[in-house]
Design a protein around this ligand. Structure first.
Ligand code: MOS
Length: 697
């Protein structure tokens, strides 16, 4: 157990420290970095899905006034490391997926770069590609592990025997769609290569972690980390797509190295992001549940098939949340990957948990229906006393309280048998649970300096819009026992001590823990009356991690849907979530994260869908005109509430994570409500009106 900090600044709804600059447009983003005489890049992308580039005619382009460089696999520098094929840009003529980077034009203006890039003639030797995800794909394989280091398969007891003996059985296959992150700020880099300087490479890059970004770039280009500086004070969203650098960062760096002394700018277009910055892999989940007639689960099985790119494995941990949500003596989970000639999947808000809370939470609804039991009650009945997967006690688990409070706030007891009609609209109510693990990264260091009566906290953390600029001073103030107004924070630069990626909802936990350590060091060294220049630092190290408990945030989401009886149009007038996510450090920024996650979940349920054209091997709707993201008009009443939970096992703040839990379970809650409204059970996302209309009488 950790000694919890006395909350003074923590818990206050302080306004965002970066808010005014952002609203006024004075916050500088990567592409806007003010540099002298910048030049502009535009990538060249492969227009085949599989094969080889045999020739690129660049002579005319290179001869044009204002064109400074045209880099291709035929003339680009050889990289120090090509271990990660995603980063090995222009190292080979092989094309592994449509849209892969095969060149870059650098010119005096962005317009010229783009026009020239689009005009380069490329000759290919094309091969037949395979981009169809199916459960009988001959190449299906079990990865060595799935993401976040989880085992690929788990088994306990005898699921098949338990299913055979069960009084009630559910056996259905659910599908989640391919989805693309679309942060408002596209991926962008300003890069400067100045070989004579002490730090020859500077990247102003839109990233969820300046230090991880630097580590990747240094390795690829064979530089010492000290030779690279990455700066990123503001990020216009990332959702995981800026958690690891993608190939565009390597391309920008390569372009900069080709033009020493000239800062280069490379911003991906919205369309290019659909090929190059990762996506949520589509999943096919067979779910089997067995229960007795009173609703006690005897078997839970999830068998997942999902895709990866053939050239770089990405094993979404979709089956993982079903391992720990509900009690059952017999359990099984498996993951199989279909390696395809497709762009490389990556992180998208709650990778694993988000798709992995769809099939299981819809299956629970189907089981409740088969039992004639209330779905809230079914979940409460199967509450496990310890983590069914690891057998560890929970650090804290208040799912039942979330379900009860949510039911009360929502008015769940008025739900009725379903298919209630109000005029032209069929009205229904649905519920699903939410979960997200409480994660702390291994490495982060914070430094605290005292100067001119103020405390300055330095840590190379990233605020991707989540509120780190605002929340970290609140933690520091309470750890130091001073007023939050006397604390400044400096983040987003590798000049500050190393910090982990803003991912896995782990930022506040990880960086906050380092800040608490630094504050303890500082007070230990200087007491409460420091002098100008006093300085101390502290690390988050694994020794302070509690490994004895299973730590998760939980939640429950309740949805009202209205489905037009004639057109099948689906509306969500109410979405209410109640979460137990440890201490909430700043209610204002926390609410924003939770309703943001819920909105993104609603978007997954009804709107977002990367329609992959398997004939050509690309997303057909690769722009925001056709890839519909839930907008204000789609969201009506949306509420996030939380329990007053302070977890003494996770960290000194008592805080879990809130960036991702809001998106988990949302889509299931919507699908369950659609079923209640219409009698139509949709098992594949998104729920579009054609899927509903067919079942309406
Ligand atoms: Mo988030 S997908 O962990 O950046």
């Amino acid at each position: 157990m950790t000694e919890l900090l006395e909350p003074r600044a923590m818990g206050q709804s302080l306004v965002r420290r970066d808010g005014v600059d952002k609203v006024r447009g004075t916050a500088t983003y990567a592409y806007e970095t003010d540099v002298e005489h910048p030049v502009f890049c535009h990538p060249v992308q492969a227009t085949i899905a599989l094969g080889r580039v045999t020739a690129m005619d660049t002579a005319a382009a290179e001869a044009l006034d204002g064109v400074l460089a045209v880099l291709t696999p035929f003339n680009a520098e050889r990289l120090a490391s090509t271990e990660d094929v995603e980063y090995a840009v222009l190292q080979s003529t092989e094309v592994a997926f449509r849209g892969q980077l095969i060149g870059v034009v650098v010119a005096e203006t962005s317009e010229l770069a783009r026009e020239v890039a689009d005009g380069i003639t490329v000759t290919y030797a094309e091969q037949q590609h395979d981009s169809v995800l199916r459960t009988d794909h001959p190449g299906l394989y079990a990865p060595e592990q799935v993401n976040a280091g989880h085992p690929t398969d788990t088994a306990e007891g005898d699921v098949d025997a338990a299913l055979a003996a069960a009084e009630v059985r559910i056996d259905h296959t659910y599908e989640t769609q391919m989805l693309h992150n679309n942060p408002i700020e596209p991926h962008a880099t300003t890069a400067l290569w100045d070989p004579g300087a002490e730090v020859p490479l500077t990247l102003w890059d839109s990233t969820q972690g300046v230090h991880p970004d630097r580590a990747a770039v240094s390795q690829v280009f064979g530089l010492e980390e000290e030779q690279v500086r990455v700066v990123c004070p503001y990020v216009g969203g990332g959702f995981g797509s800026k958690g690891n650098p993608h190939a565009n960062v390597m391309l920008a760096t390569m372009a900069a190295r080709a033009l020493p002394g000239r800062p280069v700018k490379l911003a991906l277009t919205r369309q290019q992001m659909f090929f190059l910055t990762g996506y949520r892999t589509p999943t096919i989940q067979r779910m089997q549940l067995g229960a007795d007639s009173r609703g006690r689960l005897s078997a839970i099985a999830i068998d997942v098939v999902e895709q990866t790119s053939k050239v770089k494995e990405f094993a979404e941990q979709t089956g993982v949340p079903a391992r720990m949500m509900y009690a059952s003596p017999n359990r099984r989970s498996t993951h199989r990957l279909a390696p395809l000639d497709v762009p490389i999947p990556s992180w998208m808000r709650a990778p694993g948990e988000c798709p992995g809370m769809f099939g299981p939470e819809v299956a629970m609804d189907e089981l409740a229906e088969a039992l004639g039991m209330d779905p809230v009650r079914l979940r409460i009945l199967n509450e496990p006393e310890v983590d069914p997967d690891t057998k560890k006690p929970w650090s804290s688990r208040h799912l039942v309280e979330c379900l009860r409070e949510g039911a009360e706030r929502f008015g769940w007891d008025t739900r009725g048998p379903g298919r209630r009609r109000e005029g032209d609209w069929l009205v229904g109510h649905g519920v699903a649970s939410s979960v997200y693990p409480t994660m702390r990264q291994a490495t982060s260091t914070a430094a605290i300096r005292y100067r001119g009566g103020r405390y300055v906290v330095e840590i190379g953390a990233a605020d991707l819009g989540t509120g780190a600029w605002t929340v970290l001073p609140q933690i520091a103030a309470d750890a130091l026992g001073v007023d939050v107004a006397d604390v400044d924070v400096a983040i987003g630069d590798t000049r500050y001590p190393i910090a982990s990626v803003a991912g896995g909802s782990s930022g506040t936990n990880t960086w906050g823990s380092a800040i608490v350590q630094a504050a303890r060091e500082f007070r230990g060294k200087y007491g409460t009356d420091p002098r100008d220049g006093d300085e101390a630092s502290g690390d988050v190290d694994q020794a302070t991690m509690d490994d004895a408990h299973a730590a998760y945030a939980f939640g429950a989401q309740f949805t009202e849907v209205r489905v037009n009886a004639d057109t099948g149009e689906i509306r969500v007038p109410r979405l209410i979530g109640v979460f137990a996510a440890g201490r909430i450090i700043n209610p204002r920024t926390a609410r924003s994260q939770l309703i943001g996650g819920m909105t993104m979940g609603l978007s997954m349920a009804l709107h977002e869908n990367s329609v992959f054209d398997t004939r050509v091997g690309q997303v057909a709707n690769h722009d925001l005109a056709e890839y519909h993201i839930t907008v204000n008009a789609d969201v009506q009443q949306i509420e996030a509430h939380w329990l007053d939970e302070h977890d003494p096992h996770v960290n000194a703040m008592g805080a879990k994570g809130i960036g991702e839990i809001g998106i988990t379970g949302t889509a299931a809650s919507v699908v369950n409500a659609v079923r209640h409204a219409t009698g139509v059970r949709v098992r594949g996302l998104p729920v579009t009106l054609d899927k509903v209309l067919a079942g309406l009488e």
